[in-house]
Design a protein around this ligand. Structure first.
Ligand SMILES: [Zn+2]
Length: 492
């Protein structure tokens, strides 16, 4: 995720994210540490799931214990602008029980549930808050694979949070835009809504004829294809298209976008299939320019990070009044603002760091944003802008800035997208690491992190262990000071 430049915040109606703030705070306060920081001491506190929660204190009700979802088959009929029934849907989940279950929970916020089936048999269900509790006719034994089918409908509501802004299911002038970090997925499909549980997806999406759908992965029905319910000219005719993401994906990275798009497809010079889509009403984004830059950056990141982790790359620019971009898997989404290649580079770096290698718990969000910001700076340097070291030095010069008190490795829920701590200081942590271990070891660590956890999850202590193994150095004090110190760290 990345806040967009200030000018966009002026245009957008959504609340301005605090992340994006690059200004210096009031003077005074903490100075640099002068004594040696303590050794790295953060234990890898595991999540303690309950039936109603993954156990993540940053998103208390999100996720559920007792099962793992392998696949979401989402059949979505979307009628943009319908205030009562904008979404009419069936979700088909394939899951595996991780314990003996007499009942289990899904996350679903708002909407009306019409029926629930487990393994084809009607199941009882209750709803309380975001919990949809399902009681199958027959209990499920540990290890068994089972299907859950939920029929539901209604008009999803965007989420408005003071610290996070507006996100989730967002109406545009001609359709729908979805960007769900951290808790928006449950507003449009029942799910195990936490990045610790990743799954593959099929999206079968029916919209009024004349509208298009762009989603994650690749179009099974072909681009511009799809199945018409009747002649496209007929009243109430619809078109159904099918997109598939085969690689494991966190719920918040799922996206379905509906509207009018110019679409360009092909392969990057390095051979990766690419699909970019631009709403033609978005000013300052040329389809050919977006295509070329997405291809160039994707190929450059392959050289730096290792193999591209998914089957296609791309980007979606839609006429959504949001002031952020989000790294939705294979196809980051951007709102109604001009193309900024460094933000594009940020979101595409997330395909490795955040999407392929996902956080296990939100506390470790710096593993996503620190990496993406670091390589956003790297791309800026390649374009002739400030060097990464200059970016570091500018911020390191903010002596006494109170934002040094926020721990990047434990920022708290309200600061989980803090622009200074979780983005900039986390990127500075990586620059401090690079300075300490040298270029070749640094990029070996980056590549190992991407390769060894491809398609999975990671934690901060696991990253520190990887860095120490590859470098052969004791790096605990460095990470302790940079990620968990509440004062400006020693300049490593
Ligand atoms: Zn980001």
């Amino acid at each position: 995720m990345e806040p967009v430049p200030r000018i966009v915040a002026v245009l957008a109606t959504a609340a301005v994210l605090t992340a994006g703030c690059r200004t210096t705070g009031p003077g005074g306060g903490a100075g640099p540490t002068i004594s040696a920081p303590p050794a790295f001491s953060q234990s890898d506190t595991p999540l303690h799931p309950t039936p109603a929660s993954a156990g993540d204190p940053y998103t208390p009700g999100d996720g559920n214990g007792g099962y793992h979802v392998e696949h979401y088959g989402l059949n979505l009929r979307i009628t943009p602008g319908d205030n009562v029934r904008e979404l009419d849907a069936t979700a088909e989940l394939t899951s595996v029980a991780t314990g003996d279950l007499t009942s289990f929970d899904l996350d679903l916020t708002g909407l009306t549930v019409a029926s629930v089936q487990v393994n084809g048999a009607p199941a009882a269900y209750t709803r309380q808050g975001q919990e949809l509790t399902v009681t199958p006719a027959t209990p499920l034994a540990k290890g068994v694979r089972f299907s859950t089918s939920v029929a539901y409908h209604g008009t999803p509501q965007a989420i408005h949070e003071p610290t996070l802004g507006t996100y989730g299911w967002i109406r545009t002038r001609d359709g729908i835009f979805t960007a769900d970090q951290p808790s928006g997925a449950q507003t449009w499909f029942p799910c195990n809504d936490h990045p610790s549980d990743k799954a593959s997806y099929d999206f079968t999406v029916t919209v009024p004829s004349g509208l298009q759908v762009v989603a994650n992965g690749e179009p099974v029905t072909g681009l511009g294809g799809g199945v018409h319910s009747a002649s496209p000219m007929a009243r109430n005719s619809t078109i159904t298209s099918h997109w598939r993401e085969t690689e494991p994906m966190a719920t918040y990275l799922a996206t379905v976008d509906v509207g009018h798009f110019q679409i360009k497809t092909g392969r990057t010079p390095g051979g990766i299939p690419i699909i970019v889509a631009v709403d033609p009403t978005v000013a300052g984004v040329g389809l050919d320019d977006l295509y070329a830059r997405t291809a160039e950056i994707t190929d450059a990141w392959v050289k730096l990070f290792g193999p591209y982790p998914f089957d296609s790359t791309g980007a979606i620019y839609d006429n959504a009044l949001v002031n952020f971009a989000l790294e939705t898997q294979t196809r980051p989404v951007f709102g109604d603002y001009p193309l900024d290649p460094t933000i594009l580079a940020h979101e595409l770096a997330h395909e490795w760091f955040g999407d392929s290698v996902s956080v296990t718990k939100w506390q470790d969000i710096w593993l996503n944003e620190g990496f993406a910001t670091y390589f956003e700076w790297t791309w800026g340097e390649r374009l002739g802008g400030k060097s990464v070291q200059q970016q570091y030095d500018e911020r390191y010069g903010l002596v006494g800035d109170p934002r040094w008190q926020i721990e990047p490795g434990n920022p708290g829920k309200d600061k989980m997208f803090d622009g200074f701590a979780v983005y900039d200081r986390a990127a500075m942590t990586l620059q401090a690491l690079r300075t300490r271990v040298g270029d070749s070891k640094f990029f070996a660590i980056v590549r190992a992190w991407a390769a060894e956890r491809r398609g999975g999850n990671g934690t901060t202590p696991e990253f520190v262990a990887t860095a120490e193994r590859i470098s052969g150095m004791q790096l605990g004090p460095l990470f302790q000071a940079w990620l968990y110190g509440t004062t400006r760290p020693t300049n490593w």
